[in-house]
Design a protein around this ligand. Sequence first.
Ligand code: CP3
Length: 340
Amino acid sequence: MIVRETLLGKKTARLPLWFMRQAGRYLPEYQAIRHNFSDFMAFCYSPKEATEVTLQPITRFDLDAAIIFSDILVIPDALGQRVSFKKNHGPVLEKYKIKNYVDVDDDSFSIDLAPVYEAISQTRAKLSKDKALFGFAGTPWTLACYMIEEGKSEHFSKIINHCSDKDFDVLLDLLTHKVTLHLKNQIKAGADVVQLFDSWAIKAPAEDRERLLINPFIKIAKAIHQDFPSTPIVYYSRGEASLSVAIARAVEEHLPDVPIALGLWQGVDFADITPHTTLPLQGNLDPELLLQGDEAMEIAAKKICSHMAERPFVFNLGHGIIKETPPENLTRLIRCVRGG
Ligand code: CP3
């Protein structure tokens, strides 16, 4: 399992690779199954179909890891803030009412999300032993953005106005607890690695980073490590290089023995991270370059690989695959990274 070994800080015979949103709309075989569901969340809660689409990119491209087909928004959904997807509009969440979520007990939360765990165990049983299976969750901050904004947002004004309230700490603590539970349940079901998505890290006011981003992450990682000491944890953020460096410092200070890796988006240059930490890294080719699929993509991929040649490194994109991407572009990129 070269992805897992690399994320544990070991050097492997070749560079491992997988792609964020590798199971998705750019694949015709995904669309064929997607069309059977009018409701995206119902698709997420169908273990047989979720297993099938999780394995599709592995079958087609022989990637080194699978990521379970699910969504970060299953957590608000299981807390009772129901999620729906409108065509070409992204997610829509019910009206935010914190008092309804605080009483959701762990057992009923885990029962609600049992289809996700069932998909993980079915996938793990079918996936070849040399390939890692990723479980995942959104970070408390990123989930809070969707919950308070009640969906996708342009300006994030509600969350920015609300994030210094007392109520907000109640939400952050609740999400820290439920994210930990969801990740532990996924590891129990068979996930080999877990990844946290902090897609909206960039919107957190810089002076509040510690409270909003770093402390919740450290709490989650510590709790996972207590029960599952050999499971690597990847923190992916769409934020500035200084945030990844701050996370690395906090890890060195509070969790020196925990296998944590940093996933970087394309807005961050590896050269701004590598001098400051020895943590394994993952990322960060621009998905727009993969969409184009030309020589510029190969040049950028080779540059990343050569910069990272001496370190534990997992090749990935800086964000998810864009839905218009021709699948052949992935074949070309994989050949380039694997040196064919
Ligand atoms: O292959 C994989 O990466 C595994 C599955 C996965 C999905 N979502 C499936 C999905 C993962 C890891 C996610 C994570 C996720 N979901 C994030 C974090 C990563 C990121 O993109 O920043 C976020 C913010 C979400 C929330 C979400 N889900 C949004 C904003 C959307 C709509 C986006 C869009 O492109 O329309 C989704 C829907 C979604 N999640 C799709 C898929 C394959 C597309 C929906 C469809 O098929 O109709």
